[in-house]
Structure formats: C-alpha cells, structure tokens
Design a protein around this ligand. Structure first.
Ligand SMILES: *Cc1c(COP(=O)(O)O)cnc(C)c1O
Length: 814
C-alpha cells in the first residue's frame, strides 16, 4: 500500500490533533510494538484492546521504532512528540476498515473468501499452492481473519495481483457484515460449521447465518452438501430471499447428483470424472483438499494443471520452530512464507533470543513483496541496518547484489549452500532460517540441529499463550501476574519460557533456587524475579543479579541483611498459614517487623502464602481458614511497616476457583501448561507439551517367546512388537510398563509390553500399520498426560519435571 498521510486522514475521516500535518507517505501499518516495523513511513494503530491499551506504547513506538504517524482514539500530549502526526478516530479498528474498503474498491482482482469453523487457513494455503504459478496472488498472512486481520490483509493488495484469497472469522454477531464490505468475495467457501467459538451466539444456526453474510453478493458459493445444516440453510435462504443471486456449488461424497460428486480411494480423490492424487489419506486433509481443488476449478484453472500440482500439496507447518543447534547455536526455523512483514516479525523473534556472539539470518529470495527487485533489495538492506543482524546468508540469484554493511555470503540455490555447508562457521549464535517453502530450507535446519536423541518434548507456545489469556480473564485489569517457572519451568525449559512470558508482559517470575534466577538474568531476562527457596551460599549472587528473595524466617532475614549494601532491596515475606513448609509464623511477626524497621533499605514488595488444597473442593473450608490466617498476618505487617505491600495467595487452581481472593497479584504455574483440576476450566485450556519418540525396530515375536527383562510378557500368538526409544531414564516411569499404559501410534493405542527398560521399551503393534521411524506419542494434546500420571500413581507435575534433560525440547509458535 502507499497512501499519503493526508489521504489516510480523509479516508478514515479522522481528526488531526497536532496543529499542522507533516506531509509524507505511509507504506505500512502495525499495531503491536513487539512486532513493530521501524522507520517514519509507517502508521501505528493505538488499539485499546481487552488485554492491553496501544496508547501506552506510543512512547516506545516514537522513540525506539521512530514511528511518526499515529492513529489513536484517546487524548495525546502532543508536546511530547513535536514532529509526529496524530490522527484521532472514535474507533481505530473501524477507521482502519474504512481505509481497507477504500483500498479494496481500487482493484478489480478476483477474490475468494473463506469462512467456516475449521480448515480456513489450510484451504487458503492449498488453494494458493495449486494456483501459485498461474496467477499473481495476494492472500491473508497466517490466519489473519479478524476485524483487524482482514483489513490488514486487504491492504496488501497491489496493482499486479490477479487473485486474492482471504479468510474471515467471527466471534460474535454482526461482525461478518463489516468483513463482507472489506473482502467483497466473488467466490465463497464455507468449510464447515463446528461448535468452535460458539460463545457469541445463541445457536449454531445463528452462527451459520452470520457466517453466510460473507457471501451476500458472491457469484458462487462452494460448500459440502453432506453438512446438512449448511445445505439446508443455504437452500432455504435461496427460496426465502429472492435477493440471493449466488450460484450454489455443493459437493458430496454421498449424493451422486451433487454438482461435484467426490470419492476417495487411498491417495486418490475423484471429483466427478477427474482424478487427483494428494499426499494425504486422512479425511480432514481430504476434505480440505477437495475444497481447494473445487475452488481452483471454479476460478478457471484447467484440470490438468491442478492434477499436476496436487501431489505436491504441503502440510502446513505455519509455526515457527525453535531448537538447540550445533555448537551452542539457537535455531529458529520459519520457512512458511516470505514477505517483508513475515520477515520483520521473524527478525523480532530472533532479537528476543538470549544474547549470543552474533545473530545470523539465512534468507531465500523474497517472493511475495509486490516490489521490483531493486526496490526489494533496498527495503531489505534498510531492514538489516535497523536490526541486530550481524551476518546474512542469502539464497537465490535475486539477492546476489544485496548491498549491506554486514558479512554477506551468497549461494545460488539451497543445494549450493548444502554443498558448502562445512566451510561456513556457526558458533554460539542465534540463527534465523527464513524463506519461501519451495526453497526447502528445512535441509539447512536439519544440518544445523544437534542430532542426539529421537525423543523430543514439543512445547506449543501458542497453546501456552492461549492458556495465559484464559487465566488473565479471571483477573481484574490491574491484578499483577507472577508466573512460576521453578524446576526448569515444570520441565519445559525456563530460559525459553521466561523469554516468551516476558514478551507476553507478565509482571513477575518466580523460581525455586538462586541458580535458576541467575541463569535467567544471564540470558537477558529483565522481569523482576522472586526466588522461593534462597540458600545462603547464593546470597551474594542473588544480590548481584537483582533477584528478590522469599523471606521465611528471622534467622534467614538476618543472614540476608549481612550481604546487603545501602541500596534499596526488595523482598517478599512468606507467611505460614497451614502448609508447614517454609513460612513466618504468627509468633515471629514482631521480631521480623523490628528487624525490618532497623533496616529501612529493605522494602517488602509483597506478602504471600500458599494454599495447600486449592484443587480439592473438600478442602475449601481449609483454604478459607488459610485466607483468614493470611489476612490477620498481613494486617499486622501493614500496620507495623506503615506501607502496604502487594498481597498474593492464589496458585493456578486458586485463580480459577477463588478469583475473589486474587488481591493484587496471583501466581500461575501448572495452568500455563494446560493442566488443571478445575473441571469447569479443563475443556477451555490447551495442552502445551507433546512427548514423542520413534520406532527403532519392529519384529515378529513367536508364540511362546517373551518380551523384555524378567520375561514379564509371554507371547500367546505370534505377532508384531515394536521397540521405541524411550525408557525410565528419559522419565517414562517404570510403572507404566506391563500393559499399565498405552502409547499412541498412527492414531491407535499400543500397550507397553513387559518392563520398561532404561532407554527403551516395547509396545504391542498387533494389527497396526507401522514402520520403523514412525512417530509415537507418549502424551500430547489428544493423549492426556493425566492418564499416564494416574496409572503411575502420581500427578502430571511429577511426570513433567522428571523428563530427562537428554530429551530435546522444541518450541513452536506462530
Ligand atoms: C509451585 C508454586 C506455585 C504454582 O502452583 P501451581 O499449582 O503450579 O499453579 C505457586 N506458589 C508457590 C509458593 C509455589 O511453590
């Protein structure tokens, strides 16, 4: 996009706050300073959202990102920003939508709008993959489908685009109308109607009707007739309202007379008389592929061209992956798309990593910028200049003449880089691998990854962010959030999680021991850190690293004081209310107060205690008793200190079960990982960890033979047994053996036979179609860790925190 700021003012009908407009062009828009675009030719949208108010970040945008154009909805002290434009509108998102509608009407490209409960993004991507070489295409990035995401997607349309593919999602009534004005789709696709996001609607039918608003003026609507509700609704609408002019294009696997009759056979999808080969055999992928193929046909693409593209459809790995690389490198793999916006946000993630000797960017040609090559090169070198990138390795002829002041290595294609790989030094650095899918940069990722153990723990940071949002919904706007990352963040890796949570703007981090806190400071974490069990041997390091101790006794407080200088030091007082672990008893309060009053350089930042049974309704009476005891102790302290420290009492189960006792802060632990004992909350959380491994060997074991140590499993009839690469040394408890627990393989349960060994165990794969190297899920999203914990007589906390460090941790995020 390219608009002058005065155009933007008039199109959005907003008011100029500063006395005179500074003329200039705008070529990009952003709303999150953490993924901000630097430079003066951008517009920052200050959006007052549920979790954050963009107006609070104007200062940062102005000073750090050099933004000089703002669209706001509140009063601004413009004296602070003398050379910036401030446009004010009652509603910033509506103003953006006006701009998008204006932009959309300038272009006459063909547009496809996709809505539905599931599959929108994959259908969009597959349709793109089918049509890519034959049209110039613009599409929504990632799953930008909201009231904010859709206009931002539409603003990407350029002169030369021939086809636009956009997705639209809604969370409440009357939202789709706006999106319809913005997208104006010519062809509509409704993927399906599940019960996801039903909160804003009274019925499924109402939700469906709202979704179909997107197609009010569409020439064609593609849908699956086998979804009866969709079929009925569309057809009754045609009969009731003479205004609907859309041609309905149903497909069906049941009704031979449907416009498109679809049959599946292994990798083959037959649509009427044409056959397409796709690289998937599960029904969800088949359905999504059918939508994409039909949409391509309806867009006018010839069948043989579609047939030729289908076998190469790629599963979406939209998420960026991070893992440990060779020679102490951290690898970030983001080979999903390649446009400037995506590149900038990936670079932001690169910059958020722990400090290393350098940051290296491995980049393939930018494919979707809509700029000619020399402009693209200029934009790229400008981007490199303003970010902390110390070396760039480029792939593809077009990047050869990139002008940059940093070290630049160039290769004509990915193979050339692979061939020369051993001559390039990678050492103690963060490496971002970024490029369009067709360059297959995964090869580079694999070369750089440490290959140790086939067993990995995958940590889904998007799921964690979701859980964080759910817990935040229990909190008042100004309640502070402390996240508890003890025991290496419940086994997942406290460095990585603290980075992520700092980015999510949590207020405090709690760790168990001083070493854990020092590690976090070393990796660059600046969020305040409370240490719950500080030992004297680490007091000096604690003070040096600005870690804040939990104080639980007079004796400990006095020792701590002996390490202090005259600066102000913050501490947290832990009150004994019933756990009888660490804590200050009622009797000790006067002496602690006296000591604090003698040492005014110690500030009590907070006073807290811990519930012993917040997960157990039968102990609610005791939770209340603990709260009473806590409040009594707090009153004594606040009188004696003459100021009011923060109060906090609730852990994860406490937050959802007793939000009325959130006081000024809460401490979230296990809930972040999607685990709770609160049955109302359970279905709303998402599991974060998936533990998986691979099959090492498969053998036919004859009747009469036995499996594993001590012949615990006797084979009754000859069948297949598979050995998998995980044992009790990895953290799979020995109690899980002897059929107590089953793992998941190719969608089926396979019981563990015999005793679990130290590094391996054997599973029964009778009747399951398996091969060596197949993935085996120990626990994950659809295979709950709670079950494993239960059969082993423990709780998920213990399973997670005992996973061996030799298991590779991989982090995924959007
Ligand atoms: C571990 C811990 C928490 C977090 O508890 P969860 O049940 O994981 O939410 C909170 N406060 C203290 C003092 C803890 O030790």
């Amino acid at each position: 996009m390219n608009y002058s700021i005065s155009d933007i003012q008039s199109i959005t009908q907003s008011e100029l706050i500063n006395p005179n407009l500074f003329q200039g062009d705008i070529n990009d828009i952003y709303f999150d300073t953490r993924r901000g675009i630097r430079g003066p030719k951008v517009l920052f949208l200050a959006i007052d959202g549920k979790n954050a108010d963009g107006h609070q970040y104007i200062d940062f945008a102005y000073h750090q990102l050099h933004t000089r154009n703002f669209l706001v909805s509140k009063d601004i002290n413009i004296d602070l920003y003398p050379d910036a434009n401030f446009l004010r509108s009652r509603n910033v998102i509506s103003a953006l939508q006006k701009l998008a509608i204006h932009h959309r009407t300038k272009f006459h490209l063909r547009t496809i709008g996709i809505t539905g409960s599931n599959g929108k993004t994959i259908i969009k991507e597959w349709l793109f993959q089918l049509c890519d070489p034959f049209f110039t295409i613009v599409r929504s990035p990632k799953s930008y489908n909201s009231q904010l995401g859709v206009p931002l997607s539409i603003l990407r349309i350029n002169e030369e685009d021939q086809l636009g593919i956009f997705e639209a999602g809604i969370s409440g009534q009357n939202e789709m109308r706006h999106l319809e004005y913005i997208i104006q789709p010519e062809i509509g696709i409704i993927s399906n109607i599940g019960d996801a996001h039903s909160a804003g609607f009274t019925s499924l039918n109402e939700k469906l009707r709202e979704k179909l608003q997107l197609f009010r003026k569409a020439a064609k609507i593609i849908y699956c007739k086998d979804q009866e509700l969709v079929h009925e609704n569309l057809n009754s609408r045609t009969s009731h309202s003479s205004k609907r002019l859309s041609q309905l294009i149903p497909w069906s696997t049941k009704d031979k007379s449907a416009f498109y009759f679809v049959q599946y056979n292994d990798h083959e999808v037959k649509i009427n008389n044409d056959s397409f080969t796709i690289p998937f055999t599960d029904n969800i992928s088949r359905e999504n592929a059918v939508f994409a193929i039909i949409a391509a046909i309806e867009t006018g693409l010839q069948i043989p061209r579609i047939q030729q593209r289908c076998p190469d459809l790629k599963a979406l790995k939209m998420r960026l992956e991070m893992k440990q690389g060779i020679r102490n490198c951290v690898l970030i793999n983001d080979a999903y798309n390649s446009d400037f916006g995506a590149l900038e946000s990936a670079i932001n993630i690169l910059e958020q990593q722990q400090k290393k000797d350098r940051n290296t960017l491995i980049l393939s040609q930018i494919e979707e910028s809509g700029l000619d090559n020399s402009e693209a090169l200029i934009r790229l070198s400008e981007m490199i200049k303003v970010h902390q990138i110390h070396r760039i390795i480029t792939i593809g002829e077009k990047l050869k003449s990139l002008d940059s002041e940093i070290e630049h290595l160039h290769f004509k294609d990915t193979e050339a880089l692979v061939d020369n790989f051993s001559s390039i030094l990678f050492d103690n650095e963060n490496v971002l691998i970024k490029g369009a899918r067709k360059y297959n940069l995964e090869q580079i990722f694999d070369l750089l990854a440490i290959k140790v153990h086939q067993t990995i723990l995958e940590i889904d940071l998007e799921a964690m962010r979701h859980n964080l949002t759910i817990y935040r919904s229990f909190l008042k706007k100004d309640t502070l959030l402390m996240v508890v990352l003890k025991a290496s963040a419940y086994g997942s890796g406290s460095k990585e999680l603290s980075r992520f949570l700092e980015y999510q703007r949590v207020h405090y981090i709690a760790v168990a021991y001083i070493d854990e806190g020092v590690e976090l400071r070393k990796s660059g974490i600046s969020t305040p850190i409370m240490v719950m069990n500080p030992e004297e041997s680490g007091f000096a390091a604690m003070v040096k690293n600005k870690l804040e101790p939990e104080i639980y006794s007079l004796n400990q407080l006095e020792k701590y004081i002996s390490y202090l200088d005259d600066d102000v030091h913050q501490v947290h007082l832990k009150i004994e209310t019933g756990m009888h672990r660490l804590g200050i008893s009622m009797e000790e309060i006067p002496s602690i107060l006296a000591c604090l009053n003698d040492n005014k350089n110690i500030v009590v930042k907070s006073i807290f205690s811990h519930l012993v049974g917040s997960d157990d309704p039968s102990l609610d009476y005791f939770s209340k008793e603990q709260i009473n005891r806590f409040e009594k102790a707090y009153t004594l302290f606040s009188i004696g200190l003459d100021y009011e420290p923060l109060r906090h009492m609730l852990n994860s189960n406490g937050i959802s079960r007793f939000p009325e006792y959130q006081y000024e802060m809460v401490r979230l632990g296990i809930g972040l990982h999607g685990l709770t004992d609160d049955l109302n909350l359970k279905p709303k959380l998402q599991k974060v960890q998936t533990l998986k491994t691979k099959i090492a060997q498969i053998k036919e074991v004859n009747a009469g033979e036995s499996v594993g140590y001590n012949r615990k499993y006797k084979v009754k009839e000859t069948h297949k047994i598979a050995t998998i690469n995980i044992g009790y040394a990895d953290g799979l408890p020995r109690n899980a053996g002897n059929e107590q627990y089953s793992v998941l393989i190719n969608g089926q349960a396979a019981p563990i036979r015999g005793n679990v060994c130290m590094d391996m165990c054997m599973i029964d794969v009778k009747g399951i179609d398996v091969n060596v190297g197949d993935e085996v899920i120990i626990f994950g999203k659809e295979w709950p860790i709670e079950k494993l914990a239960e059969v082993c007589g423990t709780i998920p906390y213990e399973i997670l925190t005992r996973l061996s460090t030799r298991i590779h941790r991989i982090f995924t995020r959007e």
